[in-house]
Structures are given as structure tokens and as C-alpha cells.
Design a protein around this ligand. Structure first.
Ligand SMILES: Cc1cc2nc3c(=O)[nH]c(=O)nc-3n(C[C@H](O)[C@H](O)[C@H](O)COP(=O)(O)O)c2cc1C
Length: 331
């Protein structure tokens, strides 16, 4: 067993978190990850209303008696969702672990901490990590440039970002972005992290609710099959490379640039949702990290989490054997 401040804090066996994923983080997946020994996370905004989130939390409880969390992602939006309503619904339902992400998380963190919750906050810069730590979060989830979804605008890869986290942060942090196997988990631990957060890897499991065609697409993809959209709109997102994301990038690169309204019809969340429902990878925009190149199979969460644990342990033991102490040398 690998014991870290994360496993102790969350009372989980394996230091692996399944990060919040829009349209993917549903009760079946979150419960399967938690049953496997990691931390499963429900994605609040996948549910249409706070009351629907209550139902999803109850469903998850029926499927697991292990700890699980709820993700609340604060998005730039003209008509913001009822974040406070989702947060209150989850706390009322007895959830005590939250993953927050996005802009201005201060009030949300304050609400959770005043209700004795554990908060993991996802961020892509050391500056934001320190600010979230000042707000009182328990764990930082440091998302490197490789990650699916929003890597921020500073383009710092996980290696440097995590080493900087080790230098700067006084509270536990987990590594996120580009991690899909035991090697990644061991590397995260070597970089001082208390565990690993994985998104794309858990999309591609038996219990993930997305269409089999999309799982197969990920398995056959390589590490060059993602692309950044919204770079010019300063809201960068790493998504799977397909005809729609390629068109968005082409529009953004037109002389004079693009407004959001120029690409809105291509990038709607509902089109992205249909990708997973219909199994058509060309139907819209869908998030995926560059670790698609590392994913070669669709396993159950139990098989996957056990494999992550076993591989990481083997690698850590192997690294231990590299150390040669002169004092112990036999004559
Ligand atoms: C399909 C998908 C949807 C995602 N949606 C969200 C989301 O709604 N909120 C969030 O905070 N992160 C979201 N993420 C990011 C993940 O929680 C995680 O930080 C990221 O996937 C880590 O990078 P990796 O995919 O390389 O493991 C999403 C990722 C994927 C793959």
C-alpha cells in the first residue's frame, strides 16, 4: 500500500482521484472509482439542477459505502449556474469532500470550510494555488499543460509546475494532467505530490458512461491527437483533434481573429454531450488530454486502480534499488 497525506485525509486506499468531468462524472463512474480504492467524484454541473444532484448523490451512496466527492466548476458565463444551490444541495446530502475549479472560488471554499468539508482545489498556476491555500483549501490539485480541459494560459508543463509546487506550497498537493499509468503516479509522488488526479484515463473505463466508440477512439489515439481551442480568447481548452476542433482553430487564426460568437455554433456543450451519447467523435468538441497516447485498453475501475497501485509500487521499489550506499558495500 502507498500511504500519503491524501490517503490519510480522505480515508482512501490508493492515492488516485478521478477528477470532475462534465457529462462523464456520473454516479456509476464515481462509485466504481471509490469502490476500487480511489476517490470518485461526481460532476455537479452534469446534473441539470441542484435537486437532480441530490438524486445523483443518493444513487452514488447506493452503489458505494466508500468516500466520494463532488466537483463544482466555476465557469466564465453570462448566465452562471446556481453554484450556491448545487453546493448547498451536496452539503445537505452529507457530502464532505469537494473538488473546486475555475474562477473566484473564495466564497465557495468559505462555504465548504464552514461546513467542515475537505476541499481539493484545482489550479494551473502557483499563484492561484497559493491564493486557494490562503482561502483554506486542504489539498491543491496542480493541473499541468498536458491536461484535458482548461490548462490556463501560461503553458507550464507538469514537471516544472509540480517541482515549483514542492518549493512553494505548505499544504499537500496532487499532480494532474498527463497521468494515466503507474509510472505517472510514481512520478507524481517523486515530485512531492500526495497523489494523482486523472481524467482522460477514467473516461476510458468500463463504468465510464460514454459510448464505446469514443473509448475505442481514445485507445487508438496517440499523444498528438489533442489540440488547443480558445487560445486567442484566453480561455484555452485541450480537446480531442477532430474536424470541429480543427475548424474552430482555423476560425481563430483568421486575419482579424475571432469572437466567441464566431465559433459558438461549433463548440456548444450540448453538441459535445451528443458525442458521448451517439458515439460520433466528429459530432462536436470533447475534452481529452495528451495522455490519450498512453491509454491502450478499457478496463474496469477496479482493474485499473489495482494496476496503477501495483505498477507504482514496482517502480518505486525499482528506484529504491538504484541507490547504492558506499558504507554498505561488501568487500
Ligand atoms: C471529458 C472531460 C471533462 C472534464 N470536465 C471537467 C469539469 O467539468 N470540471 C473540471 O474541473 N475539470 C474537468 N475536466 C478535467 C479533469 O478533471 C482533470 O483535471 C483532467 O482531465 C486531468 O488531465 P488528464 O485528462 O490528462 O488526466 C474534464 C476532463 C475530461 C477528460
Amino acid at each position: 500500500m502507498i500511504e500519503t497525506p491524501l490517503t490519510k485525509l480522505l480515508n482512501i486506499r490508493v492515492p488516485v482521484v478521478q477528477g470532475g468531468m462534465q457529462w462523464v462524472g456520473v454516479p456509476e463512474l464515481a462509485a466504481a472509482v471509490s469502490n476500487a480504492g480511489g476517490l470518485g467524484i461526481l460532476t455537479a454541473l452534469t446534473q441539470p439542477t441542484p435537486d437532480a444532484l441530490r438524486v445523483a448523490i443518493r444513487e452514488t451512496r447506493k452503489l458505494t459505502d466508500k468516500p466520494f466527492g463532488v466537483n463544482i466548476t466555476l465557469l466564465p458565463s453570462i448566465n452562471p449556474p446556481d453554484y450556491a444551490g448545487y453546493a448547498k444541495a451536496a452539503v445537505d446530502e452529507g457530502v464532505r469532500i469537494f473538488e473546486t475549479a475555475g474562477n473566484n472560488p473564495g466564497p465557495l471554499i468559505k462555504f465548504f470550510k464552514s461546513n467542515n468539508c475537505i476541499v481539493l482545489h484545482k489550479c494551473t498556476t502557483i499563484r492561484h494555488a497559493k491564493s486557494a491555500a490562503r482561502h483554506g483549501v486542504d489539498v491543491l490539485s496542480i493541473d499541468g499543460f498536458e491536461c484535458a480541459g482548461h490548462p490556463g494560459e501560461e503553458d507550464i508543463g507538469g514537471l516544472v509546475l509540480l517541482a515549483r509546487a514542492a518549493q512553494e506550497l505548505d499544504i499537500p498537493y496532487i499532480a494532474s494532467g498527463g497521468l494515466a499509468d503507474g509510472r505517472g503516479l510514481a512520478a507524481a509522488l517523486a515530485l512531492g505530490a500526495a497523489g494523482a488526479n486523472m481524467g482522460t484515463r477514467f473516461m476510458c473505463t468500463v463504468e465510464s458512461p460514454i459510448h464505446q466508440n469514443i473509448k475505442d477512439k481514445i485507445v487508438s489515439a496517440n499523444e498528438q491527437d489533442t489540440v488547443h481551442i480558445f487560445r486567442t480568447l484566453h480561455n484555452t481548452a485541450r480537446v480531442f483533434k477532430n474536424s470541429v476542433s480543427t475548424e474552430v482553430v482555423a476560425i481563430e487564426r483568421r486575419p482579424g481573429g475571432a469572437q466567441f460568437s464566431d465559433v459558438q455554433h461549433l463548440v456548444s456543450g450540448q453538441r459535445g454531450r451528443k458525442v458521448y451519447e451517439l458515439g460520433d467523435p466528429e459530432y462536436g468538441i470533447w475534452s481529452a488530454g495528451s495522455c490519450v497516447g498512453l491509454i491502450k485498453d478499457v478496463q474496469s475501475c477496479k482493474e485499473l486502480v489495482e494496476r496503477l497501485e501495483r505498477e507504482a509500487e514496482e517502480i518505486i521499489e525499482g528506484l529504491g534499488r538504484l541507490v547504492v550506499r558506499k558504507g554498505n558495500a561488501k568487500l
